[in-house]
Design a protein around this ligand. Structure first.
Ligand SMILES: Cc1cc2nc3c(=O)[nH]c(=O)nc-3n(C[C@H](O)[C@H](O)[C@H](O)COP(=O)(O)O)c2cc1C
Length: 409
């Protein structure tokens, strides 16, 4: 039995802590979720218990009415970028207040966003504990953070090939990842680490293959297994599954969807209900504007978009960013890339954050959630996964909103 870390936290769990840059942590990571789904409240509360809470860096101004007021009608990219850095700074500082010295507060930055480097720099200046990068290969992360040697660097990858590439490139710069998130595209939510939707089930993404292959790679490179903890992400929903993953070589697990729907999750209650109440047949994998497959719930906007996708793709051509944010370095809609998605991802994700069930894009993983459609606390989720403790039954509450007849906010 162990008791987590830090001054106050303390959950009894069945597993050892894992170490990231010398810090003992509960072996649970809340994955970064944009736009605004994991901000200070969720990340701070996970860290407070002794785990890793992750803020997603992208477009956090949406949680700050004063910053939104400055930019709502603006198409001035420089201004939008500037206020987003202010928002990131505020969110990191607020999460650290909630964490109260426990666990770790991380920031997730997508390699695919145009302002990746400025988000990394701001996060470091604002006192983040770890920088986590997915949606692309963060080959330059060691240089970008070289003035902050105590900040942990954690890439998100999906197969041994990608892990080997990062390891070898970073080793030439005398840096090793402080942990690696292994995200399985068969189950995960949001952008997936496969080239096409048809590839997400490929055997080289399966957890046993990637965990075993990575430990083998560490041996070849002369790296001790404990030096770089492996964090398994995608579809984790039971205590037994956590035990299995640890037996296969994982040192921690990362969850996204299940954390998004907790009481502390930073999105609107409608957002949580859409994710929690989705049935397997409501979940779909499609091409995102980022040129990667993505997984989400077939809500009205997505159904309508998918009906028109082929037509929109056949007409794809370069155009100006309609919102002036130019969030992605390469955007299928703006740059006219026919095989990528043809919608404004920031606009659709922002609708979802606000609980607009008709117009939002709701990312979600493929698997059942630990508590079915119930909204529970971060603490109950962590205790269930790490200690196998089922929470007390909840009193019935009236359903808040069903997406089919909900009115946009
Ligand atoms: C609403 C939502 C948004 C997400 N956004 C991001 C993101 O911006 N960057 C990222 O690396 N992962 C993102 N993810 C993936 C999660 O961090 C996590 O790795 C993944 O959801 C794990 O799978 P699970 O949902 O089955 O637990 C997102 C997931 C969800 C549910």
């Amino acid at each position: 039995m162990l008791t987590g870390t830090g001054r106050t936290s303390v959950l009894k769990t069945a597993f050892d802590t894992f170490n990231v840059r010398g810090r003992p942590l509960l072996p649970i990571v809340q994955g970064g979720m944009g736009v605004g789904v994991s901000a200070h409240r969720l990340a701070g509360n996970v860290a407070r218990l002794g785990g890793v809470g992750t803020i997603s860096s992208v477009d956090l101004r949406r949680h700050h009415p004063d910053l939104m007021a400055q930019t709502k009608k603006s198409r001035d990219k420089e201004l939008i970028d500037r206020v987003n850095l202010i928002a990131l700074d505020r969110e990191i500082k607020a999460a650290k207040v909630i964490a109260d010295g426990n666990g770790m507060v991380a920031v997730n930055i997508m390699r695919a966003v145009a302002e990746y480097a400025s988000y990394v720099k701001q996060a470091c200046e604002s006192g983040i504990d770890a920088v986590v990068v997915g949606a692309g290969l963060p080959l330059d992360l060691p240089e970008l953070t070289s003035d902050y040697p105590d900040i942990a660097l954690i890439p998100i990858l999906s197969d041994v090939r990608g892990i080997a590439l990062i390891m070898k490139k970073w080793m030439r710069k005398n840096r090793l990842p402080d942990a690696i998130v292994i995200e399985n595209p068969k189950y995960a939510a949001g952008h997936l680490g496969a080239a096409k939707p048809e590839d997400v089930n490929a055997p080289h993404f399966a957890f046993p293959a990637v965990l075993e292959g990575t430990l083998e790679l560490f041996k070849e490179l002369g790296i001790e297994r404990e030096r770089i903890p492996l964090i398994a992400a995608g579809g984790v929903n039971s205590h037994e599954q956590v035990q299995e993953l640890f037996k296969m070589g994982a040192s921690a697990i990362q969850l996204g969807t299940a954390f998004a729907v907790t009481e502390e999750g930073d999105a609107h209650i409608n957002f949580k209900k859409i994710l929690a109440e989705a049935k397997p047949e409501d979940i779909v994998t499609f091409m995102s504007v980022a040129g990667l497959p993505a997984r989400g719930v077939r809500t009205p906007w997505l159904m309508n978009y998918l009906d028109k996708e082929a037509k929109l793709q056949s007409k794809a051509g370069p155009k100006q960013c309609t919102v002036g944010f130019d969030c992605l370095a390469q955007c299928g809609l703006r740059d006219g890339i026919a095989k990528a998605g043809q919608f404004c991802i920031d606009t659709q994700l922002a609708f979802a954050l606000e609980g607009d069930v008709k117009r939002g894009l709701f990312f979600r993983g493929s698997e059942k959630l630990p508590f079915g459609s119930e909204i529970r606390s971060v603490r109950e989720l962590v205790e269930f996964l790490l200690a196998g403790k089922r929470p007390e039954p909840k009193a019935e509450t009236a359903p808040i909103m069903v997406y089919k007849d909900a009115t946009p906010a």
